[in-house]
Ligand binder design. Structure first.
Ligand SMILES: Nc1ncnc2c1ncn2[C@@H]1O[C@H](COP(=O)(O)OP(=O)(O)OP(=O)(O)O)[C@@H](O)[C@H]1O
Ligand SMILES: [Mg+2]
Length: 144
């Protein structure tokens, strides 16, 4: 479908380990439309993380085409990938990747800086609302 938010067309990812080529993903085609919820399941080593890294613009396919919101990801450089990622993707990592010396609220707000959202309109300038449970002076280590 033309307006799919995510479109993979025969995407493959081969890792090179010295002389050995490890095909982690082979010819994966997938479309996700706006509003759809999708779960990727499979046994260990089946390529879930590899695929999430590609979907999240942290990695690029070796072959095939990935369109994110209509943008061909393979044509973007690292800055372009980072820009697209910051505007279109919210990633909750298994290991959180929070900044330990930064408050919970500032951790939430940090990606907004990269989107060019000004301090004044950022959530850190307002009383905590949706992040009210931990509060603005709460540190990540005490928020779990
Ligand atoms: N950086 C890498 N270099 C070489 N091979 C890799 C690399 N990352 C993953 N692989 C290999 O690619 C295949 C897919 O790995 P991947 O981590 O994507 O699977 P997974 O489905 O996420 O597994 P798990 O459920 O254990 O997290 C595996 O054979 C793995 O050993
Ligand atoms: Mg994994």
């Amino acid at each position: 479908m033309a307006d799919a938010i995510i479109s993979l067309d025969q995407v493959s990812r081969v890792y090179a380990m010295g002389h050995v080529q490890v095909p982690a993903l082979v010819d994966v085609s997938l479309q996700v439309n706006p509003g759809e919820f999708v779960a990727i399941i499979g046994p260990s080593g089946s390529g879930k993380t590899t695929m999430m890294n590609i979907l999240g613009c942290l990695d690029r396919p070796t072959h095939g085409q990935y369109l994110l919101a209509g943008t061909p990801v393979a044509e973007l450089d690292d800055d372009g990938l980072a820009r697209l990622r910051s505007l279109t993707i919210g990633f909750v990592f298994q290991s959180y990747n929070l900044l330990p010396r930064t408050t919970a609220l500032d951790n939430v707000a940090t990606p907004l800086l990269y989107q060019g959202v000004s301090r004044r309109s950022s959530p850190t300038s307002r009383p905590a609302t949706s992040t009210a449970t931990p509060g603005p002076t709460c540190w990540p280590s005490s928020a779990s």
